[in-house]
Design a protein around this ligand. Structure first.
Ligand code: NI
Ligand code: MN
Length: 227
């Protein structure tokens, strides 16, 4: 599976010819000035929670591509009610839906969630994706939580996308334990270096995962990797 990284927690994967984009925050990101939001393709846009650093460009990209927004009920309703964007699919925690590219389950995250205009954004979450081309977990913004241990009871993950920047989410030490909880050896790190609060030491981060026989990939913004 090809994964393209657009900075902060934004990435896309291609599955069965469909492009699934996660948490688009590109135009406000100083580190992603070389990415043209209008060049981003998406058939589905999955949003983990309501914070602006996860959905700033979601409406623009959705409108450009007639993409389906998949998120919790409150966020999908907000796009319909406030923005007149009705092409959405609502989920809530523990629920899954099979789309044409694969199955999406909305899972727990320990964080907060409010939309940019102050509207209640529901509870924050992450996604477990199962497909014929592989399975993965995107944790969204979260602390380390025991709930992560539930994921491998149902899904054998090929890789996971975890926040590692500390301060607003778990940091390196806890992300390594998260990788153990979800029984996954290939981790793509996100939610680091975007702001001063979340700058990390890349070498130390990779070494912490390597010490547990796990691989941490830190992609350059705009680059892709086979995962
Ligand atoms: Ni957040
Ligand atoms: Mn965030």
């Amino acid at each position: 599976m090809q994964l393209s990284y657009y900075g902060h927690s934004c990435f896309s994967v291609s599955i069965k010819g469909k492009i699934i984009l996660f948490d688009p925050f590109i135009s406000p990101n100083d580190k992603a000035k070389h990415i043209d939001v209008n060049s981003i393709k998406a058939d589905y846009i999955l949003l983990s929670h309501g914070h602006v650093d996860h959905l700033a460009d979601a409406l623009t990209i959705a409108q450009n591509n007639k993409a389906t927004i998949v998120s919790n009920y409150e966020i999908v309703s907000w796009y319909n009610d406030k923005h007149g964007y009705s092409n959405g699919h609502p989920l809530n925690h523990g629920g899954a839906k099979t789309f044409d590219f694969g199955r999406v389950k909305y899972v727990n995250a320990v964080h907060s969630s409010v939309l940019p205009d102050g509207t209640y954004g529901g509870n924050p979450g992450g996604f477990v994706i199962e497909s014929e081309e592989g399975n993965f977990y995107f944790a969204g913004d979260t602390a380390l939580t025991m709930d992560m241990k539930l994921i491998p009871l149902f899904t054998k993950l090929n890789f996971a996308v975890l926040p590692i920047g500390d301060n607003f989410t778990m940091g390196i030490e806890e992300a390594v334990v998260a990788a153990e909880f979800i029984e996954c050896d290939k981790i793509i790190g996100v939610h680091y270096d975007t702001f001063g609060y979340i700058v990390i030491d890349h070498t130390a981060a990779k070494a912490a995962f390597a010490a547990k026989n796990k691989e941490l990939l830190l992609l350059d913004i705009g680059n892709s990797a086979d995962v």
